[in-house]
Design a protein around this ligand. Structure first.
Ligand code: CA
Length: 378
């Protein structure tokens, strides 16, 4: 089997209701999808997280031409080739996200060629579905957040979610007020995580964590800078709230120091930027040397969501126990047409759970004819 073509698509959709978080506001959603075509009519899809114009150029002009004529099933060798060719300039950021998109597409082809859903090639799944947590509760929107978030929370509860994640980063007092208000709305039985997107110093993060400790916080995500694992340790040693992070980290070479220092309780590589399936498996293997649980960050289209789902389904919880903590996968609920409108069939979602696709490969297939309204380049 040989790779005959690599196409990259930059999709863009303006948002009906812009929203913000601790770093900036969103007025549009973007996606960069890659299609790797092989002979025998097979095609695999992947996605890159991050600035789509940059990752598209990296696929189209830099990585793609290196792969023509290669066997798409040689995932390990091709990852090593692309990493070696970019190591002098890359190692993190958009180049690794572009590599991730290609790698996911190669695994999609490999699983299709094997006639099996991807998760089986990655170790197999212990259950047919995984519980989702709803990612939402962003800032902005022109009405009091308490009011909008209450409506939002009731919608998630109706959809069957039993776990949710809210944004913090508006100042410690305001964050604590909003956390208390949301806990009041959802009651004591729903898991609630908070996410600062690295808005705080360790001293500030500790102060906030102590204020929200009474509200049973499932994890505090990106409390401090992703450049400073020791800052995480300062927070971790001062509070009982578990810490999560890793969506800004890349490859096993990046994650290794976080694991060695035990700076996290939950590591959150994004399959669409950490180096793809090939690298996420290695990151998970490194994490298995520690007590750190790997749970993927996922904020992309149906393709990125499917990649995260297959990967996570095949990862066991550790340590083994008859009463393990529930595995929770991120389910972004912010406005994004690329989760549903560009694929023939989105991932099946029911009662707050995603069901593993049983068709060969990723199990979601983008249709370029559905891209027309969104195509910025490609
Ligand atoms: Ca996050």
């Amino acid at each position: 089997m040989r790779i005959s073509a690599i196409d990259a698509f930059h999709l863009r959709a303006p948002l009906e209701r812009p929203f913000g978080f601790s770093q900036f506001d969103y007025s549009q959603r973007e996606a960069m999808l890659v299609r790797v075509s092989a002979d025998a009519g097979l095609a695999g899809w992947g996605e890159a997280y991050g600035p789509a114009a940059l990752t598209l150029a990296a696929v189209r002009d830099f990585f793609g031409p290196l792969l023509i004529g290669r066997d798409p099933r040689d995932t390990e060798a091709l990852w090593a080739l692309l990493y070696a060719r970019s190591i002098d300039y890359g190692r993190k950021g958009a180049l690794i996200a572009a590599l991730s998109a290609i790698d996911i597409a190669l695994w999609d082809i490999k699983a299709q060629a094997a006639g099996t859903p991807l998760y089986r090639l990655l170790g197999g799944a212990a259950a047919e579905s995984i519980e989702c947590y709803a990612t939402g509760f962003y800032f902005g929107g022109g009405e009091p957040l308490e009011q909008r978030w209450e409506r939002e929370a009731r919608g998630y509860l109706e959809a069957g979610f039993r776990a949710m994640k809210m944004k913090v980063g508006q100042g410690i007092e305001r964050d604590a007020e909003l956390t208390a208000a949301l806990r009041g709305v959802i009651g004591p039985d729903i898991k609630l995580a908070i996410d600062a997107n690295h808005a705080y110093t360790p001293v500030e993060a500790v102060r906030l964590a102590r204020k929200v400790e009474p509200y049973d916080i499932h994890w505090f995500e990106e409390p401090v800078s992703p450049l400073d694992p020791d800052a995480y340790l300062e927070v971790k040693r001062a509070v009982s709230v578990p810490l999560a992070g890793g969506e800004c980290e890349y490859t096993r070479f990046g994650f290794e120091k976080w694991f060695r220092k035990r700076a996290l309780d939950y590591a959150q590589p994004d399959i669409c930027s950490c180096g793809g399936i090939t690298e996420a498996m290695k990151i998970a293997a490194l994490a298995s040397l520690t007590s750190i649980h790997v749970t993927p960050h996922a904020w992309g289209s149906a393709v990125g969501q499917a990649a995260a789902l297959h990967f996570y389904a095949a990862r066991p919880r550790q340590p083994f126990t008859l009463t393990p903590e529930r595995k929770l996968i991120e389910c972004d609920r912010t406005e994004n047409p690329f989760r549903t409108k560009i694929v023939d069939k989105p991932i099946r979602f029911e009662s707050g759970r995603w069901f593993l696709p049983e068709t060969p490969g990723l199990g979601v297939t983008p249709r370029p004819e559905l891209f027309a309204d969104y195509l910025a380049a490609g």
